[in-house]
Ligand binder design. Structure first.
Ligand code: HEM
Length: 465
């Protein structure tokens, strides 16, 4: 029971972050959101109010904010609807996984869990390796390779094959443009809505719509023939047929093209950041090559082998720590919320700055150093310290899939090709919209082929798999 003194303690006042007239903190946020949230955390504490992109919002940040996301108070007290509603309306859908909460959200996640997990890759590492080799031959033959874009093609190829059975490569540019506009304008509201009228967006949007329609038609044909595949899209279609109210017909296009929206930018940005870290940091490349060569000295590669790439997985963790694609999670409060002595009012749009500790020396000594060995020192396992895949009810459903996918991509790339930075003193340029990450202008040089393409043998899976 609270003492009288505690009961009388007034909540702390939420400080406003000082900013410029009219634009407030927009410029600092647009330049480097991770650095901005960290600076404010240092200057103002774990709760502060910012004025960005024409809106005042409360930020809760730091390790306690990360821990809070995994509590019952956050589960009951936060919702996602407002941030995704314009996106849902734009598509004429009833809902999207990212924008719903509570029981319906749990049901949808349950339907999609298996297809989005690394189980989707089981027994297919030989196929994935062949696809990566095709991508390397197609997009990494030039002396200067735009890394983010080359990975985007690789990812669509891989996700397409794994989740739907075919890769819509001719739609990669459209998917990219579509995501860029939708996230910038409809979700994060960093750009004005008039941009949705731009011919570039309208064309890309129509093309992604066309892709969605093809996928829906194909899946209805499978459903009629009783041949729905055992993959994410098969699961979604079965979910629709079993409960047409939960996954409505008008939601299907959005759900079926969802993996590309969720996976394209996130994986490509994280991979590109990791490649930069590996090439830039003395002593790292040799260890990555040695581990990759050992992996592909085997005839067959399994999930266990890819998860066992300790050094490469550590490099990926460092890539995602230093260049997190989600600097903050965005939510609205359902009711007044107590956090660290402050009261966050009901119906307030808030940012949860879960990546702030990524840059704090209290958790990661010499925080700006790309140091894969820090994962062996378990620095990222300190509570609240590390959250590249988000936290709480909406944390990344594709995490386990992304980990194996990125593991095999990095291993194969560094096994097959000799690559280097444009120049040893090159410093990575970054972009912040729609999601932070390496700039599209980041290029590497292909200096030659290290090892020839040699296909792997299929893994023999037991009955359980
Ligand atoms: C390095 C790669 C990735 C990173 C860093 C990442 C990060 C994230 C983050 C931070 C969230 C939470 C957003 C929030 O709470 O508002 C999220 C959600 C999600 N991610 Fe990922 N993601 C990655 C790859 C993928 C892939 C490959 C897929 C599937 C193809 C995927 C599917 C999803 C889905 C479906 C959600 C929504 C979950 C929900 O709302 O319940 N992600 N991801």
């Amino acid at each position: 029971m609270a003492s009288q003194a505690e009961a009388n303690t007034a909540p702390k006042t939420i400080p406003n972050v000082a900013g410029l007239p009219v634009v407030g903190n927009t410029l600092e946020m647009a330049k480097d959101p991770a650095a901005f949230f960290l600076r404010c955390f240092r200057d103002y504490g774990p709760v502060y109010r910012v004025n960005v992109f024409g809106q005042k919002s409360i930020v809760i940040a730091g390790p306690e904010a990360g821990k809070f996301m995994n509590t019952k108070a956050a589960r009951n007290g936060l919702r996602s609807k407002e941030f995704w509603q314009d996106f849902v309306d734009h598509h004429g859908a009833s809902k999207t996984l990212t924008g719903i909460d509570g029981e319906v959200h749990q049901k949808m996640r349950a339907i999609m869990r298996d297809g989005f997990s690394r189980n989707a890759m089981a027994g297919r590492y030989h196929e994935l390796t062949d696809i990566i080799d095709i991508s390397l031959a197609r997009d990494w033959g030039e002396s200067e390779v735009p890394v983010v874009e080359a990975f985007q093609y690789m990812i669509v190829h891989l996700l397409g094959e794994v989740m739907t059975g075919k890769a819509p490569l001719e739609y990669v540019r459209d998917i990219r443009v579509n995501i860029l506009y939708i996230l910038n304008v409809l979700v994060t509201k960093q750009r004005p809505s008039v941009m949705m009228k731009m011919p570039e967006f309208k064309k890309a949007s129509a093309r992604v719509d066309e892709l969605g329609e093809q996928m829906v038609d194909e899946f209805f044909a499978h459903a009629e023939a009783g041949t729905l595949p055992k993959n994410l899209l098969g699961d979604v279609m079965r979910g629709h047929l079993n409960d047409p109210e939960l996954i409505q017909k008008r939601d299907l296009k959005l759900v079926l093209t969802g993996p590309y929206v969720a996976g394209l930018d996130t994986v490509a940005n994280s991979l590109a950041a990791t490649v930069y870290g590996i090439l830039k940091t003395p002593g790292v490349l040799e260890k990555v090559q040695a581990e990759a060569d050992e992996l592909f000295s085997k005839d067959t590669v399994t999930e266990r082998d890819v998860l066992g790439l300790n050094y490469i997985q550590n490099c990926l963790k460092e890539g995602m720590r230093l260049w997190p694609i989600a600097v903050a999670q965005m939510r609205t409060t359902n009711h007044d919320l107590d956090f660290e002595g402050y009261v966050i009012p009901a119906d307030e749009k808030i940012f949860i700055g879960t990546s702030v500790p990524h840059f704090m020396e209290e958790f990661f000594p010499d925080p700006l150093k790309f140091d894969p060995d820090r994962c062996d020192r378990r620095e990222h396992l300190k509570p609240g310290a590390y959250a590249p895949f988000g936290r709480g009810t909406h944390s990344c459903l594709g995490q386990s899939l992304a980990e194996v996918l990125m593991g095999i991509c990095i291993a194969r790339l560094f096994h097959r090709l000799d690559i280097s930075l444009e120049s040893p003193d090159y410093v990575l340029k970054t972009k912040t919209a729609p999601t932070p990450g390496p700039a599209m202008s980041f290029k590497i040089k292909v200096d030659g082929i290290r090892k020839p393409a040699k296909s792997l043998k299929a893994e023999e899976l037991g009955e359980a798999a």
